[in-house]
Design a protein around this ligand. Sequence first.
Ligand SMILES: *[C@@H]1O[C@H](CO)[C@@H](O)[C@H](O)[C@H]1NC(C)=O
Ligand SMILES: *[C@@H]1O[C@H](CO)[C@@H](O)[C@H](O)[C@H]1NC(C)=O
Ligand SMILES: *[C@@H]1O[C@H](CO)[C@@H](O)[C@H](O)[C@H]1NC(C)=O
Ligand SMILES: [Zn+2]
Length: 663
Amino acid sequence: PISLLLAMKWIVCLLFGSIAAAAPAPNEASDPNSRLLNNILSYVEEEASPCDDFFKYACGKYAGNHVDDPFTEIVQMLDHKVNQKLVQLMEELQHSSLAPGFNESSVEAKVLRFYLNCRDAPLSTRSAEHYLRLVTPGEGLPWPHLTANSTAWPQEQFRWTETLARLQRYGLRNVLVDAMLVQNWENSREFLIELSMPSFVGESEKLKGFLETFATLLIMGVPRKSVLPLTRKMRRLESAVMRLTEADGDEDQFMSVSQLQRVTGIEWRRFIEIVLGHEVSPDFSVQVKNLRYFQALKRLMDKSDSELVANYIMTRFVMYLMEDTMDSSDPIECIKDARRGMNIAMSLLYKERFLEGPTLQRYIHEIQQLFDQLRLKFMQMVAQNRLGLSIAQRRMVTKKAKDISLNIGNLPRSLDHRSFVSRYYESLRSTPGDPDYDREHLKLLAFRFQKLWSQLDKPAPSGDEYFYMEDSDTAMSSSPYYMMRENIIIVPHGNLQEPLFAPDSHDVFKYSLLGFVLAHELMHSVDGDGIHFDNRGNRHEIGYGILYSPRFEAGLECLNRNETEFLNERLADIAGLHIAYSAFFESKPEGHMELANTGMSQEKIFFLNMAQFFCGDADSTSFVDHDSDKLRLQQLLSGFAPFKRAFSCTRDRRPPNDLCRLW
Ligand SMILES: *[C@@H]1O[C@H](CO)[C@@H](O)[C@H](O)[C@H]1NC(C)=O
Ligand SMILES: *[C@@H]1O[C@H](CO)[C@@H](O)[C@H](O)[C@H]1NC(C)=O
Ligand SMILES: *[C@@H]1O[C@H](CO)[C@@H](O)[C@H](O)[C@H]1NC(C)=O
Ligand SMILES: [Zn+2]
């Protein structure tokens, strides 16, 4: 396996080298409008019919244009550009770190250390077994197969609750129990601990298939002869737990840990003390979701073999760690790891190096203005009241829209970014010793967990002081996202790049791409989930009233005529397109300024540019939490009258799906 890994690494480097060395395209136009338009046209498949298959028409040449590229769609492409710039930055930092006076406790030094550790750590420090030697199930208690004399694992020392709590300090959750830090429904500024049964819905929420589980045990170093029976037993144990979760749910309730402990027989107080790293009083209150599940779990654990339970927890822990690493020493992959683990720092360094003052100010100004126009359009639509809402309901929605803020770069808007970030990472110190991938990975996970959970004792930051302590996947992505409890849209710095956005371009480009994306996020504030919360992110009765109002219900039903698991996404797509389109074509006459010699109407440009947000060459299994891009585009345009007009699609006599439009 070692030689294979090295060979692959070499190929990856080569590929990367050729990308980095590629010269800019020869005809790179200096005028942003021509540049964006040329880019749009380069994807268009002229042979396809825009009316029959707009996805093919708008995106037909995507795959051919990106044969060897390490991304499958536009947001990933933006991310790749970000990653390449950050590799360059690391090289610069490495250089300056050799000069005298380099500040070893600066944010730069911390990021560079993590990056270089990822680059230089020997393969022996990147193994599942190594993780397991660094994190044990109990104080002085090794994992069963790593016991010096494995027939003598002191099972009486094993406490499953203690092991779970120790691992939770590295961010593991949703194994046997799910302990989460959540915001109070009634007060988004207040955090509390919620205990519930685990979910088995997602791929990473349970053991993988038989062969993969088998392979995971092998790489953890479990002796070959035990692997097969253990795989079987672990799967059986997991099925038994899964069956317990199928019982009817209980009401949420607040309980003291001591009361919960009495009712379930589980040592919750000890669990919480280990997770928090300090003592709590017996009156410490937690929100409990599935009391009867916990009682049943206790019975199941009591009669299960300790070694089996330990092995099950261990396997889930290793799966979690493996999913949290890019598992490669390639420069781009190490940058991704650094973004996953130290995003706040990476965001600051990216901003300071690649978006110097005036550039960033211009972006912020342009994007804010664009968003203001979209919001205004939305408020006008609310005033037109196609949903037949009461005055109080409209007032709530309008207030909420008014209060949404944009956060560009996910740093607290009102604070000095450099000193905020320095303080944030203050307690992250370097570890003496040779490079060690697993050690540093675990250290960052523990650091992030501690940051997140330390919010329990204080009000959550909000408004201008807000930033999101991202999960790893969000942290390495440039997709904008809406924070429901904060009423904030986060726009990562990666969005401030072409082709997504060029501040000097014609408005048609702005509204059709980033405008559409922002309008989509804006609509999440009033989708089937977002509508529950008011402008401060607190649950509100008026929101329920809207959700169960006749036209809102009818609209959701209509949207779901072609059934989707992701109804809120469809709502956001369709309403978002409507807002972006009408904000540009109805409200901004000056936006219709001539676009020189394009030979194409602005309507056509609008739809092509919007549609190309959905271009990609991933296979259809790779879409997470959304319908496939092709289906999304189809749903967006089917029945959108302005689209049919723009491309003269007169054959299509389906009635417009206006009823399916919410808002
Ligand atoms: C080095 O960086 C730390 C953290 O940003 C800062 O507190 C300290 O003042 C810096 N030291 C010097 C000599 O600049
Ligand atoms: C391992 O432990 C078993 C059970 O305690 C014992 O019988 C055996 O002698 C031990 N073997 C070694 C090599 O210590
Ligand atoms: C939606 O469903 C209808 C009826 O099942 C079908 O005719 C139509 O093609 C579907 N539309 C899309 C865009 O999938
Ligand atoms: Zn969405």
